[in-house]
Design a protein around this ligand. Structure first.
Ligand SMILES: O=C(O)CCC(=O)C(=O)O
Ligand SMILES: [Fe+2]
Length: 417
């Protein structure tokens, strides 16, 4: 079966961008060695290794649903938030997103990590402040991630020097050519997606580790796709439950080829996934609408497919009360040592590039990406409009007190090192 881009939707690489991109090297400026000297974490810098061309393959995670560590999590989260630690949590919204301070992810034992899996599956995304994670090195990060499942190696995205599993994102603020490129042919760079949804076994968890971030801006924005699903009428839910979306990394690969990125895996994937999926641990349904990678709806005609995609685009983007913004600097000690972790099965996210034009700061992260199960829809699970199948509902209490940190923060100085 051959697939093609669905007419009438917005996903395409505009010809102007193609012209600008041609023969540029992705991510880094012209002088890679100079840039290397300036960054604080050069081991997590873009690294082009021609001998990596076509070298890797991602594993099949056939038992992903059964092996999900959330099954082993304690619903009181007592190993994640031990009673002898002074932990504060502040929900970013009532049902989605939490900011946590007072624990070190790097110190979690096995059971603490299992609780973490369940906590992410409940809250969707969690911002952990003041972490020592980034100073523990690449091998540490890889070992941490492996607890949750096999790690993904990205086909074309740049990765850390010695750890192909660590995907690097890097942008230099104040780089006018970068700004011109990003906004040459479009007025926004919003790209809602669930990480690597084009894979047969897409991501369960992502851990996004801040290395250098601008003092403001560059937030990552998240949408709760469980609630996006629940907001639809039963008739439309039913319609979507019968649909399969075609996901592809084709456009990402085109971009990679235009920017001379070494392809670690030289494949264009076209993968079919249900548009509504069931979470293997909570049993909740969510819209699996990874706009950045979805090319069309299987079996629908062009205009039908475009209308579903455009409707869902609009449904997600205009529902402000199912969105949260996660910033990368924060906490009572106001620093950038944040790790943001999320469950890609119940959230989509987008980067923001507001820092590109007027700051000269660098924004540098690495991401650990864990492979999850092959997405499935269990139609027998729960009622269609609520989906709280086995008790791990949104209302799940973690037994912790919340502390609204409110004022105070503005008085704190950036304490980054
Ligand atoms: O840069 C960001 O804020 C998010 C990038 C992203 O989509 C990711 O790392 O998965
Ligand atoms: Fe992402």
């Amino acid at each position: 079966m051959s697939y093609y881009h669905i007419k009438g939707t917005e996903l395409s690489i505009p010809p102007i961008a193609e012209k600008i991109l041609k023969n540029k090297t992705r991510g880094l400026g012209a002088d890679v060695d100079e840039e290397r000297k300036k960054v604080k974490y050069p081991e997590f810098l873009a690294h082009y290794q021609p001998d990596e061309e076509g070298k890797y393959k991602n594993v099949k995670n056939e038992d992903g649903a059964k092996n999900d560590k959330g099954h082993l999590g304690d619903p009181t989260f007592k190993n994640l938030f031990p009673a002898d630690k002074k932990v504060t949590t502040r929900n970013l919204s009532p049902d989605f997103g939490t900011e946590v301070e007072g624990i070190q992810l790097s110190e979690l034992d096995e059971q603490g990590k299992n609780d973490l899996a369940l906590y992410l599956e409940t809250r969707g995304l969690v911002v952990f402040r003041d972490q020592d994670f980034r100073d523990k090195g690449g091998d540490f990060a890889v070992n941490f991630g492996k607890h949750f499942g096999p790690l993904h190696i990205h086909p074309i995205s740049i990765s850390a020097e010695n750890n192909p599993e660590l995907l690097v994102t890097y942008r230099q603020g104040g780089d006018s050519s970068r700004y011109d490129k990003e906004f040459s042919s479009k007025g926004d760079t919003t790209g809602w997606h669930s990480d690597i949804s084009f894979e047969e076994y897409p991501a369960s968890f992502s851990f996004f580790v801040a290395l250098e971030v601008p003092p403001s801006g560059g937030d990552t924005v998240f949408i709760d796709t469980r609630e996006a699903y629940r907001r639809l009428s039963p008739a439309y839910q039913n319609f979507l439950e019968g649909l399969t979306a075609i996901h592809s990394n084709y456009f990402q690969n085109v971009l990679g080829r235009l920017t001379n990125t070494v392809a670690k895996i030289k494949e264009d994937y076209y993968t079919e996934h249900p548009l509504v999926r069931t979470h293997p641990v909570t049993g909740e349904k969510s819209l699996f609408f990874s706009r950045g990678f979805v090319q069309g709806i299987k079996g629908l005609k062009d205009k039908e497919s475009a209308s579903v995609l455009n409707f869902l685009d609009h449904h997600l983007a205009t529902n402000l009360d199912i969105q949260v913004r996660a910033n990368h600097i924060g906490g009572s000690k106001l620093n950038s040592k944040s790790v943001i972790a999320w469950d890609n099965r119940l959230a989509v996210h987008s980067a923001t590039l507001d820092y590109l034009r007027s700051t000269t700061e660098r924004r540098h992260h690495y991401r650990i990406t864990v492979l999850g199960e092959k997405p499935y829809l269990d139609k027998s699970e729960g009622e269609s409009s609520n989906g709280h199948a086995n008790g791990h509902s949104n209302g799940h209490s973690n037994g912790l007190k919340e502390h609204q940190n409110g004022d105070g923060i503005s008085k704190l100085k950036l304490d980054d090192e």
